[in-house]
Design a protein around this ligand. Sequence first.
Ligand SMILES: C[S@@+](CC[C@H](N)C(=O)[O-])C[C@H]1O[C@@H](n2cnc3c(N)ncnc32)[C@H](O)[C@@H]1O
Length: 294
Amino acid sequence: MLHFDHGAPAARFMLRRHLDAPSHPPAVGFQRRRPVSILGCRMRALARAPKPGTMRAAMETELENRQPLQRLFAEVAPTYELVNRVLTFGLDAHWRRKAARLAAAEGGRAWMDACSGTGELAANLRALAPAETQVMSLDFCRPMLARAAAKPSGRKIDFVLADVKALPFADASLDLITISFATRNINLSRAALVRTFAEFRRVLRPGGRFVNLETSQPRSRIVRALFHAYIRLVVRRVGALISGSRAGYAYLGTTIPRFYPAEELTAILKEAGFVEVRVKRLLFGAAAIHLARV
Ligand SMILES: C[S@@+](CC[C@H](N)C(=O)[O-])C[C@H]1O[C@@H](n2cnc3c(N)ncnc32)[C@H](O)[C@@H]1O
């Protein structure tokens, strides 16, 4: 049984201090279980699900920013939301709200937004969650999480600095995992994606849900060609112009055309052990929401 308690102001202050100061040691209060090594990052598992109000850094502080992707997201963090809004004409925010409504429909006590970035989907979830539901934001990039924590919604969300490939949660301890616009960043290889989804399934309770909002591939060849041209000609340039990060948007631009069509992502989720996978296509299939159940 998880204990939910929405934390004292002093504890929340601890979280903020920890996020603001990169050299601050990990907050006390969580126990080392099995150390895991993922892509050179030592992780440690939380002995129990995090309680609100303290920063859970499952990643060794000195090993942050070792992965190129961590550095890349740290670079684009300050303008990340603005770039999304401009490039999608605001549709990204609308789609996150849609995904959150779908995800929140069945309730539960422990929800986790994986690869949460600046916490937009987590904020939507918090607004829809029953008061006793614990909402967590997990990411391996501290500058992204710091932005999420600085928002008013951040006061009621718990932040976990960790890699999704080795989640610091016990088996069958969560009711819901969500992810938005990040699955294609975790890894494009099918085998690696199956492993990550299997890790999500491990921490979900029987009957638990996984909601995945991601760019997809329009079925119509013409629409797909137009979509890819938009990514190639506009996303990279405008993204680089606003953020100042050429490398960041060159990388993000390459992952979109290479990501899986909705049917194939369904097959990958099933291979990872999910059942009852349902898909909702958005904007002629340029994006899709997958709802999968354990
Ligand atoms: C494109 S952003 C998406 C952020 C947010 N979910 C949204 O909807 O805007 C991708 C996020 O995934 C995080 N990320 C990528 N790989 C990760 C991993 N292996 N573990 C944890 N976070 C990861 C990045 O740090 C970044 O914040």
